[in-house]
Design a protein around this ligand. Structure first.
Ligand SMILES: NC(=O)c1ccc[n+]([C@@H]2O[C@H](COP(=O)([O-])OP(=O)(O)OC[C@H]3O[C@@H](n4cnc5c(N)ncnc54)[C@H](OP(=O)(O)O)[C@@H]3O)[C@@H](O)[C@H]2O)c1
Length: 269
């Protein structure tokens, strides 16, 4: 699958539909496609389904098999029958008859994992999804999912970026357990929010030095740092054309091992 994906969170509303800027967001997704993005990440939760309809409008004239589409089933819909219904809803809104990747958006301890994966396995069998994965799962939750899944759980989409912060505090805990677990088990790590939602702090000596060396921006460096890692993908969102072009070009930046190590040690200061 394409390691660099285009994100759609907040295009068409947050948890509720907001159609006031549809034209702007459709234009952004169309631009992403023209620039060369071939992977779009969305979810039934985004805009309460409206984001998926925006994606459909943006890609309606493009051949379906030129694209990799990821969507996600929300944690309230993880019961057996609800997973089937949710997937049908996403397919209808996206105007497609299959998803390339279907993720469990968040774990839900109130619904037995076994029934979620029974439904997901049936969706693979009937061709409505090509493969499945999870998002925001820790090691214990992944172990449980993999215990019931008949097919490989191919990916875990987690928050991961150069300056990952939890509650405002710099935090790379994901590098201690969940990422090594994914690497060991051949599971793709998909980093969400790779640019800290546009708030990557650029006033940093290492970022400035390496940006100069690679003739790129600090934001491109943040994407390249992820994309140069093994078994790593990332999903980046942008609405401005210059950002979309800048982000796509980051996929071509090959960082030297020493510079990867420098960024690995980055502390956010
Ligand atoms: N699985 C999950 O639980 C989960 C959670 C959050 C997000 N996600 C997925 O991951 C995607 C990405 O995360 P995100 O949207 O939260 O954050 P992000 O991609 O880190 O940041 C998006 C923001 O960064 C700005 N930006 C983009 N490119 C830039 C550049 N080159 N220079 C400066 N600013 C730039 C954008 O501004 P403009 O719009 O002005 O261009 C936008 O405001 C989401 O859209 C969604 O698909 C998944």
């Amino acid at each position: 699958m394409p390691a660099l994906g285009f994100g759609t969170w907040e295009m068409g509303g947050r948890m509720e539909k907001d159609d006031s800027q549809d034209e702007r967001f459709i234009r952004a997704i169309k631009t992403a496609v023209e620039v060369g993005f071939t992977h779009i990440d969305t979810a039934e939760m985004y805009g309460n389904g409206h984001t998926e309809t925006i994606v459909a409008q943006a890609i309606k004239d493009v051949q379906r098999n030129a694209f990799f589409i990821t969507s996600k089933v929300r944690k309230e819909n993880l019961a057996y029958a609800d997973v089937h219904k949710a997937c049908d809803g996403s397919l209808e809104r996206l105007g497609t008859d299959y998803l390339d990747l279907y993720l469990v958006h968040h774990p839900n301890p109130d619904i037995p994992v076994k029934e979620t994966f029974k439904a997901l396995d049936e969706l693979v069998a009937n061709g409505k999804i090509q493969r499945y994965g999870v998002s925001n799962f820790n090691v214990e939750q992944m172990e449980e999912a993999r215990q019931y899944a008949k097919h490989p759980v191919v990916a875990n989409q987690i928050e991961y970026n150069l300056q990952t912060r939890n509650s405002g505090v710099f935090n790379r805990d994901m590098e201690k357990e969940i990422i090594p677990y994914c690497l060991k088990n051949n599971i793709l790590v998909m980093a969400w929010r790779p640019l800290v939602k546009g708030e990557l702090s650029e006033e940093n000596e290492i970022l400035q030095k390496l940006s100069e060396k690679y003739n790129c921006t600090p934001n491109q460096l943040a994407l390249a740092w992820l994309l140069n890692k093994p078994q790593q993908a990332t999903i980046v969102k942008a609405t401005s054309e210059s950002h979309i072009r800048e982000n796509f070009a980051a996929a071509d930046i090959a960082l030297e091992v020493d510079d990867m190590e420098l960024l690995d040690k980055f502390t956010g200061q």
